[in-house]
Design a protein around this ligand. Structure first.
Ligand code: ATR
Length: 273
């Protein structure tokens, strides 16, 4: 029997945590499979991607800067990948071509479900900070999970307005100057920007939310961002961003290797090293 191979394609790729995640699951589940790191320049992406099935690949993850090209050239794509405008998980089809999905939003929701079990997307309005690629995936997943209303703020307001036009009436764009005020009006607060990450500026915000607000961050280095510390000081429940990274990897592993893996504490520790 041939050994199924998957991997992550990016440019550059050395920073990716995906090999660490999938190799842990292969070992833990005693699966004969491989997960490789593929550094491929944008101009070679499609050619190299097409050559992978003949080398034993059953699929691949794609990361920056290939996520949009991976969606555009897919034979089939999920609704969520099309709505988000980018793909991160590919499965090669038996007769050529590939199926494209975007699992970031599912990773976001499942991280909250695992780490804040009482939380539900439909319990009240959410406040999303940022309007980049991660924000698109999170907005999509909140809307399909039943969030009744979303306040959206972005430094560059026009990007937030574009997202609101695309994603519909449940999204209200607010001014960047009003981000502190907005926190008083919602039950879930999400930072989707890179602010607060090691080496980046802090997110300048003063939380005014009640203690039954859930606060989460997509930044996971550091694990406890200033936003999460401030939230915890107010008595709010907080969930760090590492779980989103781990949970977004679950559907790909299951599609390629046939076993749905679990996100456990050992995996968190391994990825943090
Ligand atoms: P990603 O795909 O990871 O979301 P991105 O598309 O580059 O990355 O988006 C980054 C987000 O962080 C954007 O919302 C960006 O705001 P702008 O659209 O105004 O650029 C936000 N961001 C990055 N640096 C920022 C800063 N110094 N202040 C405020 N927002 C910032």
């Amino acid at each position: 029997m041939t050994t199924p191979i998957s991997g992550v394609i990016g440019w550059p790729i050395s920073h990716s945590k995906s090999p660490c995640i999938h190799r842990y699951w292969l070992k833990k589940n005693k699966i004969r499979g491989e997960y490789r790191s593929l550094s491929i320049e944008p101009e070679n992406f499609l050619r190299e991607l097409k050559s992978l099935p003949s080398k034993g690949f059953v699929g691949a993850n794609v990361t920056i800067p290939h996520k949009e090209a991976a969606l555009k050239n897919a034979t089939q794509a999920t609704n969520r990948a099309c709505s988000i405008g980018a793909a991160n998980t590919l499965v090669f089809l038996p007769n050529g071509g590939y199926h494209a999905d975007n699992t970031d939003g599912e990773g976001f929701i499942n991280n909250l479900k695992q780490n804040a079990p009482g939380w539900d997307a439909s319990i009240g309005p959410a406040f999303v900070i940022g309007a980049g690629g991660a924000s698109r995936a999170i907005l999509y997943s909140l809307l399909v999970s039943g969030t009744p209303e979303i306040l959206l703020a972005n430094r560059t307001k026009s990007r937030a307005e574009r997202l609101a036009t695309e994603f519909g009436k449940r999204i209200t764009v607010i001014d960047w100057a009003d981000i502190s005020l907005a926190t008083a009006k919602v039950t879930t607060i999400i930072n989707t920007t890179s602010l607060g990450m090691t080496g980046q500026a802090e997110l300048e915000i003063t939380l005014q939310c009640s203690p039954n607000t859930l606060v989460t961050d997509i930044v996971y280095a550091p694990l406890q961002t200033d936003l999460l510390k401030q939230a915890a000081d107010r008595g709010c429940e907080t969930v760090d961003g590492l779980g989103m990274l781990l949970h977004q990897a679950v559907p790909g592993f299951e599609a390629w290797f046939g076993t749905r893996p679990s996100v456990d504490e050992t995996l968190r520790q391994i990825v943090l090293v």
